[in-house]
Design a protein around this ligand. Structure first.
Ligand code: HEM
Length: 257
């Protein structure tokens, strides 16, 4: 019989002599998959929030982007099935990423509270970042799932009026506000931790470059929060003006009023 440590490594034989340490590769593989799926999702969000802010340039711009995602360049007039399919792929990656992340969650409420007290006492920057990521990740389980489910099942209801009606008249704006803050913080902290973990931009002077990376990520996070908030305000304004015509769809002939 051999003793096995928590990583699944054989550390001691029956006679008490240490034998070959056979490292399990599973934790490292799961860690890599978590980083890879996180990176894919972060890249998706970086583009998603930019496309979605097309509403800031007017209804025609957002309409054109919607039609592009409906594959207008492949089939005549486009089809919402393309959006639905994309949402399914993203949802699958999202669930897999969340499943892998569950390993890192505090396993009880007591452990969570103990951790919070510890983080407050230490006030250590990286410990606080980890705490932000765990909390926003937990929120995303719910908020991200609601949004993705709607995108999968109602892909035809996207556009300057349809989206604004959902956000204003269907009262989805509080959900989007929470989703925006959680996803931008989560992706920002996640990408920062990835860069630190794999030392991507360490170069000749890791200390200085890490401080620089931190600054750049802070600026990007603020930028995305701002464009997200302005876009949301824009959808709310359009939804409010369109409330009497709830359900009526936008078309280019209407002009960009
Ligand atoms: C293929 C999958 C997705 C599609 C097709 C999609 C599409 C959209 C659309 C059309 C809107 C505008 C509001 C609406 O019509 O309801 C929107 C808003 C938003 N989406 Fe997504 N989305 C997808 C995935 C995600 C994911 C995975 C997240 C984050 C977990 C996310 C975060 C957001 C946020 C935060 C907003 C509001 C942005 C703002 O404040 O302006 N989306 N999305």
């Amino acid at each position: 019989m051999s003793k096995i440590d928590i990583n699944g490594d054989i550390v001691e034989s029956l006679t008490g002599t240490t034998i070959e340490k056979k490292k399990s590769r599973i934790p490292a593989r799961l860690d890599f998959l978590q980083s890879a799926t996180g990176l894919i999702l972060a890249l998706f969000i970086i583009f998603h929030l930019i496309f979605e802010s097309s509403i800031l340039f007017g209804k025609d711009s957002m309409y054109a982007i919607t039609k592009m995602f409906e594959g207008e360049f492949i089939v005549k007039d486009g089809s919402p099935i393309f959006i639905s399919t994309l949402a399914m792929v993203i949802f699958a990656i999202f669930i897999f990423h969340a499943f892998l992340a569950m390993r890192k969650f505090p396993s009880s409420y007591r452990e969570y509270l103990r951790y919070r007290t510890h983080a407050k006492l230490m006030n250590h920057a990286d410990t606080n970042l980890w705490f932000i990521q765990i909390t926003t990740g937990f929120m995303l389980f719910f908020l991200g799932s609601i949004h993705l489910y709607i995108m999968m099942t109602q892909p035809q209801n996207i556009g300057p009026f349809a989206s604004s009606d959902r956000i204003y008249s269907d009262l989805m704006w509080p959900m989007y506000l929470m989703l925006l803050v959680s996803v931008v913080l989560h992706a920002g902290v996640g990408v920062y931790r990835l860069i630190m973990k794999w030392g991507w931009f360490d170069g000749e002077n890791p200390r200085q470059n890490r401080i620089r990376t931190r600054k750049i990520i802070k600026i990007v996070v603020v930028f995305y929060l701002l464009i997200g908030l302005f876009s949301l305000a824009s959808y709310i304004k359009i939804g409010y003006e369109h409330r009497v015509d709830y359900g009526k769809r936008y078309s280019v002939n209407m002009g960009d009023k």
